[in-house]
Design a protein around this ligand. Structure first.
Ligand code: PAF
Length: 286
């Protein structure tokens, strides 16, 4: 049976007991509105671990002032059903004040923040979302400290987040392993995201060309083209003109440096707006 806990101490008490029993603990951090992508993370966690904790917390400190914090979908009852169905042991769903105290200003004037390596933050999503990854790294470190997991599960869809968090674990000598899980897509290729619910029919149709553009890059690359400028142009030709492209970048997924020629382990990542909805997607060319 899944239990819902809102208090940090209640979670810690359960964890202490499990640790005493020598059980392996998995954490799946989420902001709720769980979809099949999250379910795949939970399933992976169940395979690796004896006990699974899912956190459901719409983290205010990772949203910019003009972003969708207030309108972000909150569906805790449905989320609990998904967790129950998948055998999750604890859903941890704290309030903002449980996580950050009664601070009015949730900024680094009042709170201790984690600042991930600047070179990895000052590009791609970090460029248009200043402070976003500080907020992500801070909440994830707090969740790691609360849940003390052996394994934590993150999707490849948020590739920059994944890279930053893996580096945080390494740089701060955290005693856990991050497991990278593949992107889950709708049958028509759209990467699953809680924000897909914002899209109307037309916007959703246009958004499909994001994945088509990535597939086009794979196709042209498979003919022997490695020059990222050529690959960039081939993808732009496929993207629907109504999308507002924010970036299409080619980076080493070992160093996060931009690459001019595709090499082993190259991340190809796109962010674009369809209507008002900002979407991201990527592939990793092995
Ligand atoms: O990927 C997300 O849903 C969030 O950024 C995370 C990792 C749960 C932190 O709030």
């Amino acid at each position: 049976m899944t239990i819902l806990l809102n208090k940090i101490n209640e979670v810690k008490n359960n964890i202490k007991q499990w640790k005493r029993e020598g059980l392996k603990i998995g954490l799946v951090p989420t902001m709720g509105a769980l979809h099949k992508g999250h379910e795949s993370l939970i399933k992976k966690a169940k395979e690796h671990c004896d006990k699974v904790v899912v956190s459901v917390f719409v983290n205010p400190i990772q949203f910019g002032p003009n972003e969708d914090y207030d309108k972000y979908p909150r569906t805790i009852e449905k989320d609990l059903d998904v967790c129950e169905k998948n055998g999750v042991d604890i859903v941890f769903s704290p309030s903002p004040s449980e996580m950050y105290g009664e601070n009015n200003r949730l900024s680094n004037t009042d709170l201790t923040f984690v600042c991930p390596a600047y070179n990895i933050v000052d590009c791609m999503c970090g460029k248009s979302r200043p402070g976003h990854f500080d907020g992500v790294a801070t909440v994830v470190l707090k969740l790691f400290n609360i849940v003390n997991p052996d394994f934590a599960f993150f999707g490849q869809k948020d590739a920059q987040q994944l890279f930053i968090l893996k580096k945080m674990v390494k740089d701060l000598n955290l005693d856990l392993t991050i497991i990278q899980c593949p992107i889950v897509r709708e049958d028509d290729g759209l990467a699953l995201s809680s924000r897909n619910t914002y899209l109307n029919t037309e916007e959703r149709k246009n958004a499909l060309t994001i994945n088509k553009a990535l597939k086009q890059i794979e196709k042209i690359y498979s003919t022997g083209v490695k020059d990222t400028k050529v690959l960039f142009d081939s993808a732009i030709a496929v993207l629907d003109k109504n999308l507002e492209l924010e970036y299409l970048e080619f980076r080493s997924f070992d160093t996060f440096e931009p690459v001019e020629e595709i090499q082993q382990n190259t991340l190809v990542a796109i962010a674009a707006k369809s209507g008002k909805t900002r979407l991201i997607d990527n592939i990793i060319i092995r």
